[in-house]
Design a protein around this ligand. Structure first.
Ligand code: ADP
Ligand code: 5GP
Length: 198
């Protein structure tokens, strides 16, 4: 029988570096990680691929899945009509194969998932400061001024809820952050697997 996997929830303000850290973790970590690809109605950014970064859906497709109860949690993020959601079958398929399923979702989504999976490992990725967060959002070059402001407003709300998470990691220097996360995760395994592949 396969050992059931673990559920890991990573949240943090948009622009704090979650995707960057998670991508590195997927490559570097020796743990059997599986990234849960969320569905969204947001249009793809340049370079984003359907099925890899998100499952990009139309409003109609998303709402049909919502009605059918296919989401573990879903919500409209940033109040501009874009929906994001975690698909139940993606999570359960990963867990039943013994994978450590990683969700990169917002705080409200995380709190909703914790209702069903209270044993989930929760990690809040902190940008260090609001000034640093703003700098990263600007440098990423993907957002309008309007969207940056909205993300900063939401960030302040998310930071106020970070006490709900078991772990908080300040993403200052990327290599250090990845190492820190790796070390933190291996503490949860019964059989010892090294933190990184190297
Ligand atoms: P999120 O997924 O949380 O929205 P991203 O991973 O897209 O954030 O990162 C936002 C921007 O900050 C990107 O341009 C990324 O390259 C950059 N970034 C990520 N981590 C760091 C870091 N530790 N130091 C400086 N810049 C970073
Ligand atoms: P972005 O548009 O920058 O990719 O993501 C915006 C926000 O949506 C981020 O805070 C991210 O964590 C959140 N997000 C991504 N996928 C999901 C999801 O499936 N559910 C929820 N609740 N939030 C998500």
């Amino acid at each position: 029988m396969t050992t059931p996997g673990n559920l890991i929830i990573i949240s943090g303000p948009s622009g704090s570096g979650k995707s960057t850290v998670v991508q590195r973790l997927m490559v570097d970590s020796a743990l059997p990680l599986a990234l849960s690809v969320s569905a969204t109605t947001r249009p793809p950014r340049p370079g984003e691929e359907n099925g890899r970064d998100y499952i990009f859906l139309t409003d109609e497709e998303f709402q049909a899945k919502r009605q059918a109860g296919e989401f573990l949690e879903c919500k409209e993020v940033f109040g501009r009509g874009y929906w994001y959601g975690t698909l139940r079958n993606v999570v359960s398929a990963g867990l039943s194969k013994g994978k450590w399923v990683l969700l990169e979702i917002d705080v409200q989504g995380a709190l909703a998932v914790l209702q069903g999976y209270p044993q989930a490992i929760t990690i809040f990725v902190h940008p260090g400061s609001m000034a640093e967060l703003e700098k990263r959002l600007r440098n990423r070059g993907t957002e309008t001024q309007d969207s940056i402001q909205r993300r900063l407003d939401v960030a302040a709300e998310e930071l106020a809820l970070r006490h709900h998470y078991t772990h908080e990691v300040i993403n200052d220097e990327i290599d250090t952050t990845v190492q820190q996360l790796c070390k933190l995760l291996v503490q949860y395994q019964g059989e010892k697997v090294p933190c990184s592949k190297n």
